[in-house]
Design a protein around this ligand. Structure first.
Ligand SMILES: *Cc1c(COP(=O)(O)O)cnc(C)c1O
Length: 354
């Protein structure tokens, strides 16, 4: 039986994408060769890469606005250092909203002064800091739009004249935003786009080439832009599956359509958490994430019962991150409404047992 997959990442992908991807491993589009045994310079793969890059900009509404989409390797973690390598001359600002922000800060410190402009650390990152000052002399400000581990998400982004860099690994393509407010967006594929192995980078061309240091080719966004994201062999399978997922999303009606579904899924689980006395939410209400819902059980004795009920219903991946505890239901784009319904039914059944 196929399980209800609430995994935080790598995570669920659309079933039809999985089907097509598995077929392409055997034979790509009737060409008599596998996707993973052809040259990345073949017209078939070049077409796939170009389609993936174009779909990313199209879905984000950034076509013809001076942006380039790249599919790089090294995960979002590589972007922690690449962003600093390419843009940090003297001083950059970071908002510390949890583990991923902290890892980005640690890497950036190797390249210049880092100002932590705001932090929610003393509350174990249960909310998004607001109303903080942003110095005007920063090379850039770095944000993490969705904090996968704590279940917090920016609903509004700070207004500033300094370039904005945003880690959107866990909510890319999930909601409508004015993406042109960002100068660079990055997202590891494995949360909302595809398998692990590639990272989408969307960069505004006019912020490139300004830093004074020399940059090794593989870490230089300008090199990847000049080579159409094919400077070296790209991760062909991860790019192909990401392309299929973006095509799936486009056919569904794009970000506006998925946003509506994501809101319905989030409302369903959050209203259960609010109304059911057996459960309590972890993240501050105004900042809670539509992708990762974090919650606790108020009565410890019911934990084992709940775990057993989830297991029986085929619910997978809802244990909270070890640094937060409790539970985390990740509801990425491909998670069906039905799966959230099954989880919520169990939650309300547990209340009757309590
Ligand atoms: C998962 C995650 C990362 C780390 O991604 P890798 O591809 O494993 O390096 C970074 N930022 C956020 C917000 C994440 O959710």
């Amino acid at each position: 039986m196929k399980k209800h997959n609430f995994s935080a990442g790598p995570c669920i992908l659309p079933a039809e994408v999985m089907q097509k991807a598995s077929e392409a491993v055997i034979e790509l589009d009737g060409i008599g060769l596998s996707l993973i045994e052809i040259s990345h310079r073949s017209k078939e793969f070049v077409g796939i890469m170009e389609k993936a890059r174009a779909l990313a900009l199209e879905l984000l509404g950034l076509e013809g606005k001076g942006y380039q989409a790249l599919f790089l390797q090294g995960g979002a973690s590589m972007q922690f250092l690449m962003t600093a390598y390419n843009f940090l001359d003297k001083k950059a600002g970071y908002v510390n909203t949890g583990t991923w922000s902290q890892k980005a800060i640690k890497e950036a410190r190797l390249f210049g002064d880092i100002v932590e402009v705001a932090s929610s650390q003393k509350d174990n990152f249960n909310h998004i800091p607001k109303g903080f000052d942003i110095p005007s002399d920063l090379d850039y400000l770095h944000l993490t739009s969705n904090n996968t581990i704590y279940g917090t998400q920016y609903k509004k982004f700070p207004k500033t004249d300094v370039p904005l860099v945003c880690d959107m690994s866990s909510d890319i393509f999930s909601r409508q935003l004015d993406f042109s407010q960002f100068d660079l967006i990055y997202a590891g594929a494995q949360k909302n786009m595809g398998p692990a192995g590639t990272t989408l980078v969307v960069v505004k061309e006019d912020i490139l080439g300004k830093v004074s240091r020399k940059i090794p080719s593989m870490l230089d966004y300008s090199v990847h832009v000049a080579k159409d994201s094919m400077f070296n062999t790209p991760p062909v399978f991860a790019v192909y599956v990401s392309m299929l997922t973006m095509q799936w999303l486009k056919d569904l009606g794009g970000i506006p359509a998925i946003e509506e579904i994501n809101e319905r899924k989030a409302n369903l689980i959050y209203s259960e958490i609010e109304l059911n006395p057996v459960f309590s939410g972890i993240a501050a209400k105004e900042d809670r994430s539509n992708m990762n819902a974090t919650f606790n059980i108020t009565d410890d004795e019911l934990k084992d019962v709940f775990d057993e009920m989830c297991k029986e219903a085929g619910i997978n991946g809802i244990n909270g991150h070890r640094s937060v505890g409790g539970y985390r239901a990740s509801m990425y784009n491909a998670l069906p409404m039905e799966s959230v319904g099954v989880l919520v039914d169990i939650m309300s059944e547990l209340e009757k047992k309590g």
